[in-house]
Each structure stands twice: as C-alpha cells, then as structure tokens.
Design a binder for this molecule. Structure first.
Ligand code: G3H
Length: 253
C-alpha cells in the first residue's frame, strides 16, 4: 500500500505572520498517522522558518520550484543545494503555472528533476493537459509525453521515490474537478507510462497525486480510486481547518 501524500501548495499567498499562525495551528492538530504524509509548500521566503517550526513533527515543508543549476548568475532563483541547506526535502517541479508564466518546458522540468535527485530532494513532478487538449482526446498522450520527458535519464532507483502530480489545467482554481473516474483513468495511464519506462516494481511504488479544485468534500472519493495516492491542493490548503480535513481524509483512506 502506497503512503498517501497530501500537499498544500500556497502559491503566492500569506504574509510571514499568517504563515506562522497557520503552521502553529496545523502542528497542534495534525493527525499522527503512518498512512499519510502531510506537506506544506509555502513561498520560498518562509521555507527556513517553517522547516524550523515543523522539525520533529510529521509535517514536511516543500519548495514550490527551484533552479536546476548548483549556483550562478540567475537573479531571483534558488538552487537545490540552497533548499537542502535549510532542511527542505521535497520540491514541486513543472507546475502548470511555472510552465505558463515562466517558460518552463518538458526539457527544463527534466533538468530540474535530475538536479533534485542529485541533491537528495524528492520531486513532485506536475503534469496535465489544457482544456483544448482534453477536448481533442489528447490527454493521455500529453501527460505520458510529459512524464516520459521529465524522467529522461532518471534511474529506476530514483524514479521509485518520485511523486507525480496530475493536474488538469482546466481544473486548477476553477472549481471544476475532474470526476474521480476521469482522474483515476489518467493517473492509471501515468502509472502505465512509468511501467513502460521502468517496469512494474517502480510503477507500483511511484505515488501519483491528483490536483485541481480538490477540497474536503471531494477528497474522499478521489482517494478511494486505485491510482490516486494523494492530492496537490491550492485554494483549499490555505486555511488550517480545511488543510487538516484533507490530511485526515488521507489518514482514513
Ligand atoms: O498546486 C495546486 C493546484 O494548482 C491546484 O490548485 P487548486 O486546488 O486551487 O485548484
């Protein structure tokens, strides 16, 4: 049984004080369960404080993105080694917002995925189709291609540790969730792709999250699906009560 993984991606939300208050509240109420991994992805500015607050707890703090280079003249960027140096263990890569607004491509996501593994970080690799691609029945082809390219030259040993987040772009922040069956079908296709690349052992180990308007009302049904091992959540992860309900659902799934 794969461990459930619930990650709250705050995107560009919260002041320092709000981030602190959220984390304090969540840490006092987080369920103690071996069945679920709970992760919060704050803006980079708050990573170090939140890692410190969450140490010795079962809450992990993840970065929302990173540069692939070790260091260099990349104004505004953060390197894998910098994340590791403050105790970060996970990083979200290739989120559709990064692909749309910051020109990230399958090639750069591959470079970041490899850099994450080289530095001992667990990547949460995001894939997903646009509405136009879905309507032209290209979903499986698009996400399989994204996964194949993201994992190019990644060893089976590393791939086994990866998390893949399937986020249909048309479902992000829109209130439109893919039906649990549709989401499961695409997550199953992603698992098939991983099996074709690495074999059944890796495919059975890789955890696949669904993301796109996940909330406390739809999480249980999504987690009841065979290929959905967790959720990458934006809006509904911003309030402690709502985030905790999602983690509880993961513990009870
Ligand atoms: O990273 C999270 C996703 O983009 C989903 O965002 P959302 O839950 O607000 O739709």
């Amino acid at each position: 049984m794969r461990k459930r993984i619930i990650a709250g991606n705050w995107k560009m939300h919260k002041t320092a004080e709000e981030a602190k208050q959220f984390t304090e509240e969540v840490l006092t109420k987080l369920p103690e369960s071996e069945k679920v991994e709970a992760i919060v992805c704050p803006p980079a500015l708050y990573l170090e404080n939140l890692v410190e607050m969450a140490k010795d707890s079962n809450l992990s703090i993840a970065a929302q993105t990173m540069h692939e280079a070790k260091e260099g003249a990349f104004t505004g960027e953060v390197s894998p080694a910098m994340l590791v140096s403050i105790g970060v263990k996970h990083v979200v890569l290739g989120h559709s917002e990064r692909r749309e607004y910051y020109n990230e491509t399958n090639e750069s996501v591959n470079a970041k995925t490899k850099a994450a593994f080289e530095n001992g970080l667990t990547p949460i690799v995001c894939v997903g189709e646009t509405l136009e691609e879905r309507e032209s029945d290209a979903t499986v082809k698009i996400v399989s291609d994204q996964v194949t390219k993201a994992f190019s030259d990644v060893s089976a040993e590393n791939a086994k540790q990866a998390v893949i987040a399937y986020e249909p772009i048309w479902a992000i922040g829109t209130g439109k969730t893919a039906t649990a069956e549709d989401a499961n079908e695409v997550c199953g296709a992603i698992r098939n792709t991983v099996e074709n690349l690495y074999g059944a052992d890796v495919a059975n180990a890789v955890r696949i999250q669904y993301g796109g308007s996940v909330n406390p009302k739809n999480i249980e049904e999504l987690l009841s699906m065979e290929h959905i091992d967790g959720a990458l959540v934006g809006g509904a992860s911003l309030e402690p009560a709502s985030f905790l309900q999602l983690v509880e659902a993961g513990a009870n799934a």
